[in-house]
Design a protein around this ligand. Structure first.
Ligand SMILES: Cc1cc2nc3c(=O)[nH]c(=O)nc-3n(C[C@H](O)[C@H](O)[C@H](O)COP(=O)(O)O)c2cc1C
Length: 403
């Protein structure tokens, strides 16, 4: 798939998720096998006021490229300046060797020096429905005022040469009319692709995403359309592409508890297209950077465990726990031990949501302050799940899934 001059290897996009899609998380999803990763939303004002916290959201590494940076705001001039700053920020490539523990310690430069532009794509947020954002006229509020929306798009388009995308909702009512109008004016003003999350502004995340709007919009667009909303498993991703004919799918919440989901979607798509099959089957085997002692073998047996198994049906216990540990270690490298541990108190459990005694696992993690403590708790829980033979079912399914 092609977004302007940016070529994507496949058809999957990790959604921008504020507070979640930081560099360590994105990098893991990328390595699992995803075509495009997006930053958390970045405040245009924050960049203009030189906020270090805002600038830290731009931190990237060449290994996660292509990288899309999402901005939000409502003033055309501010948005254009912010986009210009992003396009003209570069990353030092000196630390790009993935074997080094300083993978994430790259630095941002304001001039080109053995370096790359940080952003391959700039995305404008037209979908955020959080009150704090909407009351400033940004996010989905922009969909209420299409003439200002057009001014924002034109100003940003004129200020950058890299591809420009927008991420929209269906609008302020369920008809989709505002989305169709906005898409038409975006296309006319040089936007290179659109993502549609077909929920209304007031829906937030309630109800169901109306995929029929993705289908209708796709039928009337000449630029690529990325479909988003309610993809809970890889099969849903394939179904969205088949039902709506969208060019790619974006996954948010499901990737938080299963970073493999995007590569699993790529795998299903590649099985449909034989020529790409071999490549993706090979690439989709996740290889952790940090090897652990968690790779011992375990006996197989009949298991009656069923709940949540669809999430990981192509995956082995080693992959899931290795990934958890990789996220922990990467966050420690990136944020420092204490801050990473505080984040991991609630996040590690996402990977095993629905498994026996995961609430005890969550409680055990509540006060972790060191990586050693976290690793001990993870190992204990993994042994517990093995003793319950919870994963035996996946192990046999994993064999089938890969075949
Ligand atoms: C925790 C969280 C943070 C989000 N942050 C952003 C954001 O920064 N920018 C954005 O455009 N959408 C954001 N979204 C919306 C998602 O990108 C996505 O459109 C939505 O979750 C629907 O996709 P899903 O059903 O795959 O989760 C966020 C959603 C969640 C749950």
């Amino acid at each position: 798939m092609q977004i302007g001059k940016c070529k994507l290897e496949g058809h999957t996009v990790l959604a921008p998720l504020a507070g979640v899609t930081n560099l360590p998380f994105r990098y893991i999803v990328k390595r699992c096998g995803c075509s495009l990763v997006c930053s958390e939303m970045v405040s245009a004002k924050g960049l203009l006021y030189n906020s270090q916290k805002t600038f830290s959201l731009l931190q990237t590494t060449p290994e996660e490229k292509p990288f899309s940076v999402q901005i939000f705001g409502s003033e055309p001039k501010e948005m254009a300046k912010a986009a210009f700053i992003i396009e003209n920020t570069y990353i030092s490539q000196k630390n790009s060797n993935i074997d080094k523990s300083d993978l994430f310690k790259t630095s941002l430069l304001n001039k080109e020096e053995e370096s790359n532009k940080i952003a391959d794509i700039i995305d404008i947020n037209f979908g955020c429905s959080v009150k704090k954002v909407v009351k400033t006229g940004a996010g989905v509020a922009l969909m209420q005022n299409l003439s200002n929306a057009e001014n924002v798009i034109k100003a940003v388009r004129d200020s950058i040469s890299i591809p420009l995308t927008i991420k929209i909702r269906s609008g302020w009512d369920s008809s989709g009319t505002q989305a169709f109008k906005l898409a038409e004016l975006a296309q006319r003003n040089g936007v290179d692709a659109i993502t549609l999350h077909p929920r209304t502004a007031s829906q937030g995340f309630k109800g169901k995403a109306d995929w029929s709007l993705i289908k209708q919009l796709k039928a009337n667009m000449s630029i690529p359309l990325i479909g988003n909303g309610d993809i809970a498993c890889a099969e849903d991703g394939l179904r969205m592409i088949e039902e709506t004919k969208c060019d790619a799918v974006m996954v948010g919440r499901a990737a938080m508890s299963n970073p493999f989901i995007l590569s699993d979607i790529e795998l299903l798509l590649s099985k449909k297209k034989d020529s790409r099959k071999a490549k993706y089957e090979q690439d989709s085997v996740y290889k952790p950077i940090y090897y652990t002692n968690y790779h011992s073998s375990y006996e197989s047996s009949e298991s009656s465990f069923r709940s949540s198994e669809a999430r990981y049906k192509n995956r082995s216990i080693d992959e899931i726990f290795a990934l958890m540990i990789e996220l922990l270690k990467s966050c420690v490298d990136y944020f420092g031990e204490l801050q990473a541990c505080k984040m991991m108190r609630s996040r590690l459990v996402w990977f095993v949501k629905g498994y026996p005694e995961c609430s005890k696992f969550r409680r055990d993690l509540t006060n972790i302050e060191s990586m050693a403590q976290a690793l001990e708790i993870i190992e204990k829980y993994q042994h517990f799940l093995r003793s319950k033979k919870v994963f035996d079912n996946f192990e046999s399914m994993a064999g089938q899934g890969r075949g």
